[in-house]
Design a protein around this ligand. Structure first.
Ligand SMILES: [Zn+2]
Length: 295
């Protein structure tokens, strides 16, 4: 979508509202409280009131845009700019481009990244899946000067296409790198019966018991350069993405930047149409209030 096409389609509050309305109620209005379909339009306040129970709702209620005081045109512009900028859009850049406060731009981007992760949670990794741990952030390699300088462990998992290309990737920050974390992640994100390839670390020993085909090959770059090769490339690309655009980022926000990296990777073949996918994801993702973003 070109900038001009975007402006034509999403240039007014009414157009943005109509888009959200159609995403939320593709078969016509349904009261979120009682399921009744007859309603009043309270045009002056952009609300819909159920004729049966009197409940009032809006097109943004129940989405990441819930209770926003930012015009919808700016939200859609943010989604458009994010989808157009492959290297990742900083809050500073967004602030200038759409004319909002830094805090507002930062919050919008975090909510958009949350919606990206929420969307990807609907898919499971399957087939041949590589799994490895990566360590993000921190200061110098091996530095051990207490909190703030430590690296964050991330479990990285990639399913492979039949041509050996990355099909779908997921990354999750871990509190501790152990078998319990591997088990929880695999149960949630990998289809039973898939083959999971890992290195020889014992945290992966649980996988065979959990109904996966587990192929563990102790890592040796010289003897088996192809083993987990793809995952290693993806980890290093993700580090470059996170560090390049968002240097100095807080560990507690890392997950959402990883969401964005994976979301883009998983949709790289439809990157020309990323905006419509992202708008769909934001229209359907649940709310993520500010206190939940920083908590
Ligand atoms: Zn109702």
């Amino acid at each position: 979508m070109t900038m001009q096409e975007f402006q034509e389609q999403f240039g007014t509050e009414e157009a943005c509202r109509e888009y959200l309305y159609k995403k939320r109620w593709p078969n016509g209005f349904v009261c979120p409280k009682c399921g009744h379909s007859e309603h009043f339009n309270i045009k002056s306040r952009n609300r819909y009131q159920c004729k049966a129970c009197g409940h009032q709702t809006t097109v943004t209620a129940g989405t990441v845009m819930e209770k926003t005081r930012t015009p919808l045109t700016k939200w859609f512009a943010a989604m458009y700019l994010v989808s157009e900028d492959k290297r990742g859009l900083s809050a500073m850049a967004l602030q200038k481009k759409i004319g909002v406060a830094y805090f507002t731009a930062w919050t919008m981007l975090q909510k958009i990244r949350f919606a990206m992760g929420n969307r990807d949670e609907k898919y499971m990794l399957d087939g041949i899946v590589e799994m490895d741990e990566g360590f993000f952030g921190g200061t110098a390699e091996g530095s051990n000067r207490g909190r703030g300088t430590e690296k964050t462990a991330v479990l990285v998992s990639v399913s492979l296409s039949e041509w050996g290309k990355p099909k779908f990737a997921r990354m999750q920050t871990l509190k501790s790198v152990d078998g319990k974390a591997v088990k929880a992640f695999s149960e949630e994100h990998v289809k039973p019966g898939s083959e999971i390839r890992t290195d020889g670390l014992n945290i992966y020993n649980c996988l065979a018991k959990e109904g996966f085909i587990h192929t563990a090959i102790p890592y040796n770059a010289k003897k088996q350069p192809e083993h987990l090769h793809l995952t290693h490339i993806i980890i290093s690309n993700a580090k470059a993405f996170v560090q390049g655009t968002f240097h100095g980022l807080d560990e507690k926000h890392l997950q959402r930047y990883l969401n964005e990296f994976c979301y883009r990777l998983n949709r790289r073949y439809i990157a020309h149409d990323l905006f419509s996918h992202l708008a769909h994801a934001c229209a359907l993702a649940p709310p993520k209030p500010y206190h939940a973003l920083i908590g």
